[in-house]
Design a protein around this ligand. Structure first.
Ligand code: GTP
Ligand code: MG
Length: 453
């Protein structure tokens, strides 16, 4: 409860800025009080809470807003940035040979994540070995073996053996030529002494470089005590939050990293072995704050995109099938700035097929190419891309310094998006859902649409 509570109370703080008639010292002080309450309720350490609010106060009062940015947007941005600092607790997992031990309670996602990490490291060119030290659940070793097979890495296990530290000892020996060794351990329904003792012994045998706490993002206020117990046992060095593809926004992680002083290294975003995302503090806070909500995005984005009317217009175009390349461009540049690529993908139907979930960097690059191409188009072409035939494609490609293929791909993407958008516009249920997603858009401006059932 606390964790989704955290997202909500933080959103409420930001909401107060929007409603305020003036942004003055008094408002900033009030906001900081609310911010303190929200963070303390989420178990964030008092000193860190004060650090955050002191910095917010100091920056809000002393840093001039960037040109063209209102005071409201300025303060919003400062709060956002300070929250990002709060969860930005260090680098991801090093790309070097190492031993990694997974710990966590029952069903949090340890075994699945072990498989995901195996894929991650073997894709980076490392030789990987997995050790199945879960002697508690009978099917655990089979599950790990299946994952190992999928990824193409070796798995060490001893069916029927109940001495977990012994298994690990022999497993380490048999994998002494592997660069990366990942140890999957067992879980329990609740923290129990025998589990803690077992993982303590395993850690002693394996001397792992990383002790990774796997935490289901739904755990809420239990995150703090769980993290603390595991930390006391083995010294947690990193946290992986799983099931971030669900409704949870992962606020509990803040208390987990407070208790362990570890950093979040990855997010699990699905059941598939590829569904692992390097942790990105900005994206995480955006998600926690529900910034897919466009009104919040608009508030935070820079001067070019703080125009709600424009957003409403784009939404209307999208829904009526009059979605132009200009609209697509606008959306990309507005949201690309926020780095919430994922959200762009989910807001522009058809786009979600664009990128491999893991490869955000490549997708971001591709968006960059799209932008360059659009910059080489005339305004008429962007309004009516059907004008763009072979000859124009040639000119645009030359102008943008890309191949014809890139231009055609952009046009194809646009056509797909448009097709799917007009399908959304025609379907009442989907339309409702979409409008909901568009959160801050002035619904009055879309009234005629809604009335036309
Ligand atoms: N949607 C979703 N499901 C996940 C994710 N990670 C794990 N799961 C699912 O969560 C369930 C439990 O995952 P396991 O990997 O078996 O969890 P565990 O911690 O090893 O569990 P025990 O070994 O029983 O302690 C499985 O059904 C997984 O498919 C994730 O990121 N997203
Ligand atoms: Mg398991």
């Amino acid at each position: 409860m606390v964790m989704e509570g955290l997202g909500k109370s933080l959103r409420d703080v930001l909401g107060r800025i929007g409603k305020a008639s003036v942004v003055d010292e008094e408002l900033v002080k009030d906001l900081c009080k609310d911010l303190q309450r929200a963070l303390l309720e989420a178990d964030v350490n008092v000193k860190l809470v004060l650090d955050v609010t002191n910095r917010v106060k100091d920056r809000a009062m002393n840093e001039p807003p960037e040109a063209g940015r209102s005071m409201k947007d300025h303060v919003t941005k400062i709060i956002y940035e300070e929250l990002v600092r709060l969860v930005n607790n260090g680098e991801g997992l090093a790309l070097k040979p190492q031993t990694i031990m997974m710990v966590g309670l029952y069903g949090q996602g340890k075994t699945t994540t072990t498989g995901k990490l195996a894929l991650y490291f073997s894709k980076k060119g490392f030789s990987v070995g997995l050790i199945g030290a879960d002697v508690y659940r009978p099917a655990a070793l089979d599950q790990l073996k299946q994952l190992g097979e999928k990824v193409g890495v070796d798995v060490y296990g001893e069916p029927g053996e109940s001495d977990a530290p012994g298994i690990v000892k022999r497993g380490m020996e048999s994998f002494k030529n592997k660069q990366i060794i990942i140890i999957d351990t067992s879980g329990r329904h609740a923290l129990e002494d025998d589990l803690i003792e077992e993982i303590r012994q395993i850690a002693q045998v394996a001397q792992p470089d990383e002790r990774i706490l796997v935490l289901d993002s739904q755990v809420g206020q239990q995150a703090g005590p769980q993290a603390e117990a595991f930390h006391n046992a083995v010294g947690v060095t990193g946290v992986i939050l799983t099931k971030m593809d669900g409704t949870s926004k992962g606020g509990g992680a803040i208390s987990a990293i407070q208790k362990t002083n570890a950093r979040i290294v990855f997010l699990g975003v699905g059941e598939h072995i590829r569904d692992l995302e390097p942790f990105d503090a900005k994206r995480f806070i955006s998600r926690l704050l529900g910034m897919g909500d466009l009104s919040a995005l608009i508030q935070l984005a820079s001067e070019e995109v703080d125009d709600q009317d424009k957003m409403a217009e784009v939404a209307q175009h999208m829904m009526t099938g009059r979605f132009t390349l200009n609209d697509m461009y606008y959306q990309m540049s507005a949201m690309g700035k926020m780095g919430t690529l994922e959200k762009i993908m989910s807001l522009i139907p058809g786009m979600s097929s664009m990128g491999d979930k893991v490869d955000y960097e490549a997708t971001q690059k591709r968006l960059g190419v799209f932008k360059v191409i659009m910059d080489s188009m005339t305004p008429e072409e962007k309004e009516d891309p059907s004008l763009i035939k072979a000859k124009r494609i040639e000119r645009i490609a030359d102008g943008a310094g890309v191949s014809h293929h890139d231009v055609r791909e952009l046009l194809k993407q646009y056509t797909n998006s448009k097709k799917m958008m007009s399908a959304v516009g025609k379907d009442r249920k989907m339309r409702k859902q979409f409008l909901k997603q568009m959160g801050g858009v002035d619904l009055d401006s879309l009234k005629d649409l809604q009335g036309s059932e």
